[in-house]
Design a protein around this ligand. Structure first.
Ligand SMILES: *Cc1c(COP(=O)(O)O)cnc(C)c1O
Length: 361
């Protein structure tokens, strides 16, 4: 029996993806070996890798002047890898601080160069995205970094910065990549750890515009050098082959859901239902994020009486739900409703929330 899984990450994968992987586990396409047990430089895996990259390019509409890299190091690894690759001799970069993951990115970037915090939402406890018009940007910045979905605070950008001064926009999309269409051409670089919306942990996806390559700091580890990895079609070292394979199955599954426009419709339904339930509870449940910036992927909420938290979680577990405990940094509850979480799971959750309120309200 599969749980209704609201884990923030590593998170739910589509059941058909896991079933397919299970069916192919011992014998991948008649090779007599698992996809885990073959050379990443062999014909079979190289064909798979090319198809996985093609499917991601098609899903996201990635223009041909962008490289797609499947690397290791995770989202947090990219917090160092980005400045190492993209400072390109500049003295500093702009960062917009919208929450926990922005703070981490800024902390790491400061090891490699100057950081200009162009805007910071800490004044309202990270419950909104500061509008671009309020940003104190530096036209000489090497790049401008944003976290387009703050996984812990549940704050998401539903508009994309223009960066009219031509400074390349860099985005950590770890927790909402592939949840809706984005215009990749607006970005210099997009990155994300796979374990929220793509596949298992251990895989990091990087999409980088070609004109930003060639300027990595000389101390950049080769395996984290975008230019070297692009030149070797991300086979400079052994990529996380099984994770790449599973990501590929997820891309196929997404195409069957109508691509990113198709999955976005479902994601809107799921998020609307959950926020409507919170808002209709007359304060029994509370989400403090500005309405326009409420994340469709991560929905933190608090019970009016924190003493009920454990009873809420115990009841949810008994009803087959997992992963609802909020991040320790902010407490309360959090329902992560990534692509692989079906509408039916959200329906079970909101029915439980209403029932719990009736019993404890
Ligand atoms: C989870 C997450 C990270 C960190 O990912 P790791 O793979 O654990 O390093 C970074 N940024 C965002 C937005 C995340 O959600």
């Amino acid at each position: 029996m599969r749980a209704y899984n609201f884990s923030a990450g590593p998170a739910a994968l589509p059941t058909p993806v896991l079933e397919r992987a299970q069916a192919e586990l011992l014998d991948y396409k008649g090779t007599g070996t698992s996809v885990m047990e073959m050379s990443h430089r062999g014909k079979v895996f190289l064909a798979l890798a090319a198809e996985v990259e093609r499917d991601l390019r098609e899903l996201m509409g990635i223009p041909s002047n962008y490289k797609v890299l499947f690397l290791q190091g995770g989202g947090k690894g990219e917090f160092s890898i980005v400045p190492l690759n993209l400072l390109r001799g500049h003295t500093s970069a702009d960062y917009v601080d919208t929450g926990h993951w922005s703070v981490q990115a800024i902390k790491e970037a400061r090891k490699y160069g100057g950081v200009n915090v162009a805007a910071c939402a800490a004044d309202k406890n990270y419950t909104y995205v500061p509008l671009e018009a309020t940003w104190k940007t530096d036209p000489n910045a090497a790049y401008r970094h944003i976290c387009t979905n703050e996984t812990i605070q549940g704050v998401e950008y539903f508009w994309m910065p223009e960066c009219a001064d031509g400074v390349p926009l860099v985005a950590d999309m770890s927790s909402h990549i592939l949840s809706r269409p984005v215009d990749v051409s607006k970005f210099g670089c997009i990155y994300g750890g796979a374990q929220k919306n793509i596949g298992p942990s251990g895989l990091t996806v990087v999409i980088v515009r070609e004109d930003l390559l060639g300027g990595a700091h000389p101390l950049t580890p080769s395996v984290f050098d975008y230019t070297q990895q692009a030149a070797s079609e991300w086979m400079l070292n052994t990529p996380p082959t099984f994770a790449v394979y599973l990501a590929g199955l997820t891309f196929k599954w997404l195409k069957q859901q109508g691509g990113l426009a198709g999955i976005e419709k479902v994601n809107i339904q799921k998020a609307s239902l959950l926020y409507a339930t919170i808002d209709a509870s007359e304060g029994f449940y509370r989400n403090g994020v500005a309405i326009a910036d409420r994340s469709r992927m991560n929905v933190p909420f608090f019970l009016h009486d924190e003493k009920l938290n454990q009873a809420f979680l115990d009841g949810a577990a008994a009803a087959g739900m997992s992963g609802l405990k909020g991040h320790k940094a902010i407490g309360g509850m959090r329902a992560s409703i990534y692509n692989a979480v079906p509408l039916a799971a959200v329906e079970v959750l909101v029915a439980y929330m209403r029932d719990f309120q009736t019993r404890h309200g």
